[in-house]
Design a protein around this ligand. Structure first.
Ligand code: AP5
Length: 184
């Protein structure tokens, strides 16, 4: 059973690699960013509340995300494994997830930390051009990552779950490494 968390700065390649690996393994790729963008596009109550945070590159309040993750990990398809991309994003979310996994009798197999230099991140994101991929919002997303998400590297290192992968290589090289990690 594979249950992975993908950590990494904006543009590190979490979504790209999580999609490929989840496809290989036949398990769901659960991206909180995608769920929020879908909710914003459909103007659901969640989307209306989340929009200004996502547009500015700030984290949406934890209470908007926690129930959503609880519901998603309780669904049938998540019982065969999962890859979480974009969650947890801060220490309180990581603590919530630990408690939730105990309640659901699930455990996290590994946390993949994709390491990429800032200059490459900026280049990739400006090249992609999503609505939140403008220079000002990217700068804020990187700052939010440093302040709120990067502490999870130590959190999961201390939990003995962290695997750091050089994300500044070709898609194929990274993907091969990730498959090796999963096999081991
Ligand atoms: P989210 O969607 O999670 O955005 P992010 O973390 O900023 O990550 P990105 O999607 O930009 O990057 P990625 O690492 O997935 O890279 P990707 O594979 O796309 O979150 C968006 C917003 O939602 C947040 O700002 C926040 O407001 C909110 N949010 C989400 N989760 C939340 C939570 N848990 N709590 C609170 N708020 C939350 O790749 C980027 C580009 O690089 C692509 O064009 C890709 O083709 C290219 N690329 C990837 N890998 C390579 C490679 N090896 N070589 C060359 N190009 C590559």
């Amino acid at each position: 059973m594979t249950r992975l968390i993908f950590l990494g700065a904006p543009g590190a390649g979490k979504g790209t690699q999580a999609e490929i690996l989840a496809g290989h393994l036949g398990i769901p790729h659960i991206s909180t960013g995608e769920i929020l963008r879908g909710a914003i596009a459909q103007q659901t109550p969640l989307g209306v509340k989340a929009k200004s945070y996502v547009d500015n590159g700030d984290l949406v309040p934890d209470e908007l995300i926690l129930d959503l993750i609880k519901d998603r990990l309780s669904q049938d398809d998540a019982q065969k494994g999962w890859i979480l991309d974009g969650f947890p994003r801060n220490v309180p979310q990581a603590e919530f997830l630990s408690t939730l996994l105990t309640e659901l009798d699930q455990n996290c197999t590994a946390v993949i930390n994709l390491e990429v230099p800032d200059s490459t991140l900026m280049q990739r994101l400006l090249g992609r051009g999503r609505k939140d991929d403008n220079e000002e919002t990217i700068a804020n997303r990187l700052e939010v990552y440093r302040q709120k998400t990067a502490p999870l590297i130590d959190f999961y290192q201390n939990a003995g779950l962290l695997k750091t992968v050089n994300g500044d290589r070709t898609l194929e090289e990274i993907s091969t490494d990730l498959q090796t990690i999963v096999k081991s």
